[in-house]
Design a protein around this ligand. Sequence first.
Ligand SMILES: N[C@@H](CCC(=O)N[C@@H](CS)C(=O)NCC(=O)O)C(=O)O
Length: 206
Amino acid sequence: MALKLYHFPNSRSLRVLWALYELGVEAEVETRPFNPFGLKGEEYRALNPLGKIPVFFDGDKRIIESNAIIEYIANKYAGGKLTRGPQDADYADYLQWREFGEAGMGGYVGQLLGHTVLLPEEHRIENMRRWAVKETSNALDFLEAGLGEDGYILGAFSLADISLGYMLFLIKISRNGKLLGEKTNAYFDRIRNREAWVRACAVQPE
Ligand SMILES: N[C@@H](CCC(=O)N[C@@H](CS)C(=O)NCC(=O)O)C(=O)O
């Protein structure tokens, strides 16, 4: 097995590093500084032609979608730990929430980040920020309604929490944490106290 992750702190490769630690799977991790505007050079595009993060290799096989990578690692190298399958009663919920964390929220949260902290101030558009706040709040209301008073989105911790938890982290770093409901805030606190999350967040370039 030759698993390799290129990790950029705070970026979506955090989902993959966090999952590796939760699953107890060993991989080579090359950590680089995260500069969202420095990914389009020839060297990095040879690794990921999109010039985006993450990129993960299993030998010659390359995968570039964070949630696909974590599902792949869990099923191929950890016996399906933290996943659900058709035999499980909560399979539909698992798929829905794992997808929702990226496909259902990522577009809006990306705009929120861009128009609050990421883009140079002169490129930020106030109406885009407001639209992103509205859509992110809509998504967060749906999540809040789906959460219980304790535990994780399916009760027991799963890859769906890695998908959702990273998106909540992005909302926090866009300084829009106030949009999170009470149960969602408590849920994020449980997530960020997990040993594997703390360990993954501490990994920095040398
Ligand atoms: N759906 C992709 C999103 C990938 C993505 O947008 N990554 C960000 C970093 S978190 C990125 O590469 N941003 C730089 C850019 O878009 O140029 C995934 O979940 O892996």
